[in-house]
Design a protein around this ligand. Structure first.
Ligand SMILES: [Zn+2]
Length: 340
């Protein structure tokens, strides 16, 4: 198969995106438009000038820009536009279903109303479903390095809107904020009927992953890279069928690994862990989901392996059995076309 065909095969592979932060899909052009729309002043006048700021070298410089640009989002319409822009990228990359994080604590801190944020994101999802045929849902993500009381008040605020949410997650700076701090938040989310996932083992140790499983009862682990340091834990993850949502380009950009070869995805797969591939904050980390798949193809993953990873993503999603059968059928026709 030629290079063109491989790239087409990777792009058309039916996949689910399970680890993407909607705020991390904010492209420079849209950020400047929103700043203008909302009278927010930014120190950069042109897309090129702003795009150069995306060349940060470490986590903190990323987070500084990330939080500053989040300040351009002000209304339900802004969140609607942000969601649709992401879904257009996702559709072009073969995404059929997306479970999308958002960070309500940050928007509330910026003075926004959580209902407006959710209404905008949900109407964007509904429009995207009509336009692109992508199904999806929202995962309310707790920013672990903000005061824990603000996590409690976010749950108060969505108490009556649990039906508009798929799950709860935990993100941002990991070290020093172990899962054990969030047990009561997750207990409460579970009582509200939400699925539980958590970022763990990105910068934190394998113990953070074990805590996310034992204490938060996480159904998926976001990143999970450092689980590899504990073979018994890897075996346990494989046995329980807990999926890891890997984000290769993010891990490289934020120096979780120096090189993609150092990412232990092949080891996880050999151990039977259902690995999935995702984009995390694609506007900031140099690529949407198909670029992440393509980056793995470049370092030696076969099309069969990438297909298996996409199938993992379908199985690790929170879709209904009917929707799952439909996606499995789409995967089977992709396989018949490209692998047989
Ligand atoms: Zn993430």
């Amino acid at each position: 198969m030629g290079e063109q065909d491989v790239s087409e095969a990777v792009r058309s592979l039916p996949k689910a995106e399970l680890h993407v932060h909607i705020e991390g899909t904010l492209e420079p052009g849209l950020a400047l438009d929103l700043a203008k729309r909302n009278g927010v002043s930014l120190p950069w006048a042109t897309i090129d000038e702003l795009r150069r700021q995306y060349e940060f070298g470490d986590l903190q410089s990323f987070l500084d820009l990330y939080y500053q640009l989040m300040g351009t989002l002000a209304s339900a319409d802004d969140f609607h536009d942000l969601m649709l822009a992401y879904l257009a990228h996702a559709a072009a990359d073969g995404v059929r279903h997306a479970e999308i994080f958002f960070d309500p604590q940050v928007h509330i801190r910026n003075g926004l109303d959580i209902d407006a944020v959710m209404d905008g994101l949900l109407s964007g999802l509904a429009e995207g479903r009509k336009r692109f045929g992508i199904t999806g849902g929202l995962i309310l993500s707790i920013v672990r390095d903000l005061p824990i009381e603000s996590a409690d008040s976010v749950l108060d605020a969505v108490q009556n809107r649990a039906g508009d949410l798929l799950g709860i997650g935990l993100d941002s700076a990991e070290v020093g904020y172990p899962p054990s701090l969030f047990v009561h938040v997750y207990d409460r989310a579970r009582e509200m009927g939400l699925h539980c996932v958590a970022h763990a083992g990105e910068e934190g140790s394998s113990d953070y992953v074990a805590q996310a499983l034992d204490l938060l009862h996480a159904e998926r682990i976001d990143h999970g890279v450092h689980a590899i340091d504990d073979p018994a834990l890897v075996a346990r993850i494989a046995r329980s069928g807990i999926a890891l949502t890997a984000c290769p380009l993010s891990n490289r950009r934020l120096q979780v690994v120096k090189d993609l070869h150092d990412l232990p995805l092949q080891e996880f797969l050999r151990a039977g862990v259902p690995v999935t591939v995702n984009s995390d904050d694609p506007a900031y980390f140099g690529g949407y989901i198909a670029d992440n798949y393509a980056a793995l193809e470049k370092i030696g993953f076969s099309l069969e392996q990438l297909g298996a990873i996409a199938l993992n993503s379908i199985h690790a999603s929170f879709i209904s059995p009917d929707e799952m059968r439909d996606l499995e059928a789409q995967y089977a026709s992709w396989k018949a076309r490209y692998l047989n």
